[in-house]
Design a protein around this ligand. Structure first.
Ligand code: EAX
Length: 326
């Protein structure tokens, strides 16, 4: 009798422990991006983690995977769709392959400055684009930021479109960007970001283009001599979630994710603004030549055909709305 009772009690308490453990077990959220742990994306990831873990009182824990350890941006977006990755901070580079509506944001010389870009992304247009993500097995959480992109290369300063002629330039895997560089007379080579440093080091490509933030965070000065502030396109970043995780959440839980993404976007934008001020001096210190007075007008004119190619395929409604917003 006694032995049986002891056994029953033991089993009962084991079950209770298991249940308690289940109730407390935190859900691990894997967050990936392509940049280093000193980058503006990482500042955003820290804010995401802090906010989500605090609001959910530990129900969710966030593990950050930096430097493309979960793959390039295209691969991570695919990961969101199939549920192998939970949250991704990504440029819009490969996003148009999944959500063609976002291509409009990649048009060169579309946004005049940070204020205009942030305002459009935080307003009706940005929200519409985030909502569109759900038609493509993605959840749009917030618009964060990468920054205005500039050209670097190992051969010469770029002052005019002629200087870009014949340059082998790595671009993102983005049709609009590739077309713009083709119009400049450069030879665009699309490539995933995690392959870029080695490609520059080995001379597979002569140059690349990225915001000051990325050039600083990736030590590109080690493999590139010249930076020319062409500011040819604004590069947003999207904070995206996997529908496989997020569609199963309660409204309250989902709200925590939205707030965490918002906090990440704000922290990242602050860091972009800071580096925009301090980054050029830092890159000069590291030995890069930086020409700051590039006249954008001839570049803008040279890439104009990219607009027609875009509007022929996607129409001009979204583009007109963005242009009316300045
Ligand atoms: O999102 O691929 C790129 O050049 C991006 O700017 C970078 O991965 C950060």
């Amino acid at each position: 009798h006694l032995a049986r009772r002891t056994l029953t009690v033991a089993i009962g308490s084991l079950a209770a422990t298991a249940m308690a453990f289940h109730a407390q077990a935190a859900t691990e959220v894997n967050l990936g991006h392509t940049l280093s742990d000193s980058s503006h994306y990482s500042v955003g990831a820290d804010a995401f983690k802090e906010t989500l873990e605090r609001l959910s009182d530990g129900e969710f824990t966030v593990t950050e995977h930096t430097s493309g350890s979960l793959g390039g941006e295209r691969a991570m977006i695919e990961g969101l769709q199939i549920g192998t990755v939970d949250v991704v901070i990504t440029s819009t580079g490969p996003l148009g392959n999944f959500v063609p509506e976002t291509y409009v944001l990649d048009l060169p010389f579309l946004f005049e400055d940070y204020d205009q870009a942030r305002c459009v992304l935080d307003g009706e247009i940005g929200n519409e684009l985030l909502t569109k993500m759900s038609d493509h097995d993605l959840v749009g959480l917030a618009w964060s930021e990468n920054g205005f992109r500039h050209m670097t290369n190992s051969l010469r300063e770029i002052n005019t479109p002629e200087d870009a002629e014949g340059l082998k330039v790595r671009t993102m895997e983005n049709r609009v960007h590739q077309e713009a560089f083709r119009q400049l007379g450069a030879s665009p080579t699309p490539m995933a970001f995690p392959e870029l440093f080695t490609a520059l080091q080995q001379g597979t490509v002569d140059g690349q283009e990225n915001p000051i933030t990325v050039i600083v965070a990736t030590n590109f000065w080690e493999v590139q001599d010249h930076l020319s502030l062409t500011g040819h396109v604004y590069s947003p970043a999207a904070i995206l979630g996997s529908p496989i995780l997020l569609d199963g959440l309660s409204d309250e839980e989902r709200e925590w994710f939205d707030q965490a993404a918002q906090a990440a976007a704000e922290a990242t934008r602050e860091e972009v603004s800071r580096l925009e001020e301090e980054g050029v001096a830092l890159l000069r210190e590291k030995g890069m030549t930086v020409n700051t007075d590039v006249d954008p007008a001839p570049f803008q004119e040279a890439v104009e055909p990219a607009y027609e190619i875009y509007t022929d395929e996607y129409g001009s409604e979204m583009l007109d709305r963005i242009r009316e917003s300045d």
